[in-house]
Design a protein around this ligand. Sequence first.
Ligand SMILES: [Fe+2]
Ligand SMILES: [Fe+2]
Length: 247
Amino acid sequence: MSLYAIGDLHLHFQAELKNKAQLTDPLWRDHERRFMENCRRMITPQDTLVLVGDHSWGRKMAECRQDFDYIRALPGRKILLRGNHDMFWDTNKTAALNEQFQGELFFLQNNYAAYGDIALVGTKGYTFEGPFYLNRRGQVVGWDEDAEAQAAKLVEREAARLRLSCEAARRDGYRRFILFLHYPPTSILEKESAFTRIAEIYHAEQVIYAHCHGASRFHDSLLGVHRGIRYSLVSGDYLQWEPRLIV
Ligand SMILES: [Fe+2]
Ligand SMILES: [Fe+2]
């Protein structure tokens, strides 16, 4: 029994592709086939695969039908986190999604999933992504402070959701936690955030995140062990479509 994670499949079997770079970048070429082949080679029916958000370009469920057919055909138990592009997923209707896909997919939001004695807890998260002002050498010399203040509100809302989910698991007796965020846990300006503090309060063993695309973004946030917690980026292009073994 193993736990795997990967994010940002950005499927578009039906919906129009918004990011045209996805068509031309060699990292993305034929990525649906490459990812399916890697999963079939690595993942058994006893394993769990967490898909860390940005599943589909579809804006409504009707535009995601074939993307969900693909996700359901992946091997193992599948758990989905909400990404910033997952317009089909209304946070207030997560229970309805879990009912609709009962026994096939689990949608992780304001709840938790058990993996042995570990609680898998997650939310979309948020982090300030600029605009940043750079000098000629590409160093950050300032940023949009209104945008930063707005981001801080969204961070707090997402952190509250994560705390509630951790509390639900703790009430049910769980003492081991792995946290999943779609957004990176910190901005490029930070070494800690509301999310890293939650990870430390609950003694999370790992924090897994995605969302960062392209080599220039792969080092935007924490990677490796910080203050006893392992931070891993699992966006699909970063992993070259091979799911990352988490446990
Ligand atoms: Fe993405
Ligand atoms: Fe994203």
